[in-house]
Write a protein that binds this ligand. Sequence first.
Ligand SMILES: [Mg+2]
Length: 185
Amino acid sequence: MKRYDAIKKIMESLTVEIIICNLGAPSRELYNIEDRDENFYMLGSMGLVSSLSFGLAISKPNKKIICIDGDGSILMNLGSLSTIANTNPQNLTLIVIDNSSYGSTGDQKTYTNYKTKLDVIAKGAGFESIVVIKEAEEIMPKLKNLGVGCHFVLIKVDPGNAQVENIPLKPEDIRIRFMKAISRA
Ligand SMILES: [Mg+2]
């Protein structure tokens, strides 16, 4: 399974959730799989989707927030794991799609290719709900089964980006559209 397949399965599992997606290839793949007003495509700020999702989760406690992060990005911002786990917002699922590479910059290997285990780091940070997925067929049943809570979901995939078009939306249009969508009742 590659990241594209994982995102496709994630989208098949969701209904009304707000999605904050990591920059670069993951956002382009998400846009091409299923663009929706409730998708926020990060631009320019590598490592910060977990923090942005956390802020949104505590400011919108009645909405379910899904963060689609990557191994390279979360490794840049490990402190957010402790913040999220200790605050424990019950409406946040942090999904890390781990392809053991910096996919958007040429597939240089990250440390998850060697000794680093992100699920173990999440446990140490204090997450109480940790799910590790290695097969595409597991994604839908496991995501649907999560329920209320603060979840860390690690999806192990192979490196490689899908050949998809760039997102045609301007950054400000992404922001304006997303702000409108999340302010709806
Ligand atoms: Mg990666």
